[in-house]
Design a protein around this ligand. Structure first.
Ligand code: PGA
Length: 241
């Protein structure tokens, strides 16, 4: 695990965007695993800026998002489909046919999850997976538990996650209780991983991620076993290191 501590959220966003851009420049057909949440918003804005300035071409890139709420229609402003278009896809020249998110309400959930994994495999696997981290150490929506799923699956969101994410909704009751997420195996199979964390509310999770024991009760701690994982944190998220 390579840890980089930067001064501010803006620097974190710049550094993260540089890493994603380098991946795409080195391989115009790169397969990117993408994350949602507040943390990568700045990174997407910087990448959109690079594209505006003709510094990067996303036309050959394929993307797979980590997760999606179940039960929210795609058009809902808080679906991850909407988020990704608002923050990134609508601002770059990505081919819509190469964009993938887990289906939010498939008729056959098990089949849909299997197909998502299949699509990742057929694309050749993820070259670079971007991750945020929950205050409880979740990555994607792999919540702390006695055991963790390997592949894409349906998950019950932890109370802590529902509480944290309620800031995006009118009320706590509106937050979906379930989501579809890539599993720990799907994430760990990525050739490279880039984990981002900003703010003091992430300090405890970051400490447990980089310097604690590996445990399923802190899913992000499994990243210590990945061969090529870069962690970029701002000073506040690094406060307990
Ligand atoms: P955040 O979410 O970026 O909004 O803090 C991260 C996560 O829950 O994975």
């Amino acid at each position: 695990m390579e840890l980089r501590v930067v001064e501010s959220y803006d620097q974190l966003s710049e550094k993260a965007a540089e890493i994603v851009a380098a991946e795409v420049k080195q391989n115009r057909r790169a397969i990117l695993g993408l994350a949602t949440g507040s943390t990568p918003e700045g990174m997407y804005a910087v990448l959109a800026g690079y594209h505006r300035d003709n510094k990067i071409d996303f036309s050959g890139v394929t993307t797979f998002n980590l997760d999606e709420y179940t039960g929210l229609p795609r058009e809902h402003s808080q679906s991850y489909y909407s988020y990704m278009h608002r923050h990134f896809f609508d601002h770059v020249n990505i081919d819509p046919r190469r964009i993938h998110l887990p289906e939010s309400s498939p008729q056959d959930m098990a089949r849909s999850c299997r197909e998502y994994e299949q699509k990742i495999e057929e694309a050749g696997g993820i070259d670079l997976q971007v991750l945020g981290i929950g205050v409880n150490g979740h990555i994607g929506f792999n919540e702390p538990a006695d055991s963790l799923d390997v592949y894409t699956h349906l998950v019950e969101l932890a109370e802590e996650t529902i509480e944290t994410n309620s800031r995006f909704f009118n009320s706590r009751e509106e937050v979906p209780q379930q989501a579809v997420t890539m599993g720990m195996g799907s994430i760990m199979h990525a050739a490279k991983i880039l984990l981002l964390a900003s703010g003091k509310n992430k300090a405890r999770a970051i400490k447990k991620t980089v310097s604690g024991k590996i445990t399923t009760t802190v899913p992000s701690s499994l990243l210590q076993m990945h061969r090529n994982c870069t962690v970029i944190v701002d000073c506040e998220a690094a406060a307990l290191l």
